[in-house]
Design a protein around this ligand. Structure first.
Ligand code: SF4
Ligand code: SF4
Length: 434
């Protein structure tokens, strides 16, 4: 009875902190601009199923994709076992499903253990890649001590949780032989490898090991659920809404501003839609997170910090000070800062800081070639280029602060309808015979 009460109390405490954090994230995303979600729902659901659930884009690099899939399937399937943990904890039972499922229970437990070992191997390989082989994309400038530590904490925690399951099952199997009260599970292949390490210990000690591993696993999972909301690992949940709300336009498409499109059409003598007043924004582009669409803010929480975007970015590869991964990390950091300000009852976004300049520099945004390679590479359909374009729009249209070389091009576009410095009437001179 005491254990049941303790378990209910544990669930309530963890549930309270998890709910509070989810609301905090929701409120910070709501700081952004609301944009209409258009396009067929079926296509959006398809994207979510293929990219978030099916991990389709991960398979551009097979080996890490396979290892990631092992962790992902392990995470989903092993958590089915947590259902039994929760029911046992609430009802004060032990392995409540075993009598109902009979020999199927043993099969399921062996599958869980196989996946647990798969997760252990995959996490070990990822730790080696990050810390021993030191893959450059995990050690670039924006991967400061916290993002690197965060990734290691996640991998090590997953390994420890898997080991706790195997240890618990090993102690349980010995107890089944010594005490008829323990529900038989049949032979569990991987955890039985630990039996020689435990079988010489007394029954009370094994009961302690089994109970300790049980509590460690369930509180570990609950604690992990809260931790990931502060970590890049939040992508395991945010990838789903992010892929659903990801834009459906063709790759490389840059959204125009209707008010500017109308002005250009009028200038070219073409028929313009809409009336001048109806779509004029308060200001052009984005200076801070509240100017960005909510979908871009949500994307910042969905970013896995994998660096695939940066490793494909031509500006980054040619030594420019631009990393699309850093753009997403900066948006998230600014969101978290604004959220903390609001919760503390201080000025919120009016804290004298802005995303542009205090997090992302003009040198970074000007280095973007708008090639779309970052969006193409992203395994969860994030488009850092959209944010860069919004920041550049602000600089160019609100501050007239574009680099001088660009201003000459803008001037040519306005007067010659082309980026070059000769009149439109001369455009076909090259085809004339001398
Ligand atoms: S669109 Fe910009 S940020 Fe993205 S890969 Fe190309 S240059 Fe880099
Ligand atoms: S934006 Fe996408 S590709 Fe880039 S680091 Fe984040 S998840 Fe990886």
């Amino acid at each position: 009875m005491i254990q049941q009460l303790l378990f209910v109390l544990t669930l309530l405490v963890f549930g309270y902190f998890l709910r509070r954090r989810i609301l905090q994230i929701r409120n910070t995303i709501r700081l952004g601009r609301q944009v209409p979600v258009t396009g067929p729902v079926a296509q959006r659901l398809r994207n979510m199923l293929l990219v978030a659930f099916g991990q389709k884009k991960m398979f551009a690099r097979f080996i890490p994709a396979f290892l990631h899939l092992l962790i992902y399937i392990g995470f989903i399937v092993i958590n089915l076992e947590v259902l039994e943990f929760v029911i046992d904890g609430l009802a004060g039972t032990h392995r409540i499903f075993a009598p109902f499922l009979g020999s199927l229970y043993s099969v399921l437990m062996n599958v869980f253990e196989f996946l647990a070992v798969g997760v252990l191997v995959a996490c070990a390989v990822f730790l080696v890649r990050r810390n021993v082989l030191r893959l450059p994309r995990f050690w670039s400038a924006e991967m400061t001590s916290w993002p690197r530590l965060d990734a290691n904490i996640i991998l090590i925690t997953e390994m420890v949780l898997m080991l706790a399951i195997l240890k618990m099952n090993a102690a349980d199997q010995i107890l089944q032989q010594r005490d008829a009260h323990y529900t038989p599970t049949g032979k569990l292949f991987f955890s039985s490898l630990f039996i020689p390490l435990l079988e010489d210990y007394s029954t009370p000690f094994l009961i302690f090991v089994e109970r300790f591993a049980w509590w460690f696993h369930i509180t570990g999972i609950l604690g992990f659920a809260i931790y990931i909301t502060y970590s890049k690992h939040l992508h395991i949940f945010m990838a789903f809404p992010n892929t659903y709300y990801a834009r459906l336009e063709p790759a490389g498409y840059i959204s125009n501003m209707p008010v500017v499109t109308r002005e250009v059409k009028t200038m070219l003598g073409l028929q313009a839609e809409g009336t001048p007043a109806e779509d004029v924004p308060a200001h052009f582009g984005a200076k801070d997170i509240n100017d960005l669409p909510r979908t871009s803010l949500m994307a910042a929480y969905a970013c896995t910090e994998c660096g695939r975007c940066t490793s494909e970015c031509p500006a980054n590869l040619t030594g420019k000070k631009l990393s699309p991964r850093k753009i997403m990390m900066d948006v998230r950091d600014r969101l978290e800062e604004a959220g903390r300000n609001l919760r503390a009852g201080t000025k919120g976004l009016d804290d004298g800081k802005t995303l542009l300049d205090h997090y992302i520099t003009r040198e970074e945004i000007n280095a973007c070639t708008t090639c779309n390679a970052c969006a193409e590479a992203c395994p969860v359909l994030i488009n850092p280029m959209e944010i860069i374009i919004e920041l550049r729009r602000y600089v160019a249209m609100e501050e007239s602060g574009a680099p001088p070389a660009w201003n000459a091009m803008f001037q040519n576009l306005e007067t010659n309808f082309a980026p070059w410095k000769f009149p439109a009437a001369d455009r076909f001179n090259w085809a004339k015979e001398n």
